[in-house]
Design a binder for this molecule. Sequence first.
Ligand SMILES: [Zn+2]
Length: 451
Amino acid sequence: VIQFRGRFLLSIGILLFSFSALSAGCNCHDLPYQELDDIDHNPPQSDKITYVRVGNLIDPENAVVLKDQLIAIQYEKVISITPWKDPPKGDCIDWSGYTVLPGLIDCHAHLVGAESTANVAEPLLYSAADDVLLGCYNARVTLEAGFTTVHDVGAFRALTDVSLKNAINNGYVIGPRMNVVGTYIQALGGGGEVTSGLAPDIKVPADFQVGVVSNPNDVRLKVNYLLGRGADSIKLIATGAVMVVGGGVGLQELTNEEIEMACKTAVARGSWVVAHANSPDGIINCINGGVRAIEHASLITDEGIALAKKKGVFLDMDIYCGSWIEDVGTKEKWHPDILRKNRETTEAQRENFRKAVKAGCKMTFGTDSGIYPHGKNARQFKYMVQYGMTPMQAIQAATVTAAELLMWSDMVGALSPGHYADMIAVKGDPLKDITILENVAHVIKGGIVIK
Ligand SMILES: [Zn+2]
């Protein structure tokens, strides 16, 4: 709680500082928006061209490194990338001493609300307003860590993630581009409802239960409800979860008919579905039901890997998070069920990750940030390389492949002309030492210097 209060005050402080600096009309080069007026006209509408001189440019689209380049940016987007010659006319940001790559994408983040603690009732300590304000802080540290886009795969209180996304898109809050799911579609007592470990007669607030379903028609109504109110995609809790008391990760919680209905309904609206699925059969049933990505996929079998590969289903495996739960969870005495299930899945998931990489599955970078503190997302790169990826493959998982999963390939995940000018700068060569991505020196989002 003390830690939370500190963070809460800090996020309020950041907001107050941002607004007071903006309203004073100061020459705030390090703030994303220079004038209060701009907030109403986000993005800035100047036709001015800004340049970035780049020492080494990692291009994950083509898996090459280009030396000494000049990126031109206009209206938030990259308009050209050319070899550096003479200094251009106009503002030029000098990143000649850095390695530059597209802004990173975390396909499994939970920006809204408090981080996991030993208290299974932690999410019940805060109001929806607390959760979103805390989300403002989480959004900023995530962006400053180099993650310019996230797939936010679930908030306990329904549609709080939509509020945060809108505040970012409107320029009121500094954070990554968000693709959000509204809340979890889950069975009664599913992992997103926060009833596990509570006394059986405790009722959780109604907004924790918006995504609770009991039959396929219910699924259809709830998917339509969420997509109609600002969700971009849908998240199913299809099988048991590590982070709940009781149950097993091997249990399937949604029926095959419910999974199929979710996919059919979402796809009919131009959207798509990801499924939290750990159990071998649950993963196969989700893939056959039409999901676009499997989250966690801890206990995926050879058959599941082959099916994912055949159907082009993405695997979004959070292979760092288990170490955090083991280290911090043990120290802070998290519930024994959680620690047990984490031990049952961590190494298995990593070995299955290795197999899936070898099989040539589409692998995305997703971390489950929110279980561990936001901003440490890049720690997962080390594990992805340790478990079978080349550094370039790990970077592709967090850029081009992640963008493909989000159906945002034309907007993010690469720096060719037409993409948002979202980019990060690091000292040194992450293709030699991937942990360099844990220390991002500079961040530009939509052509605006964030850090
Ligand atoms: Zn998660």
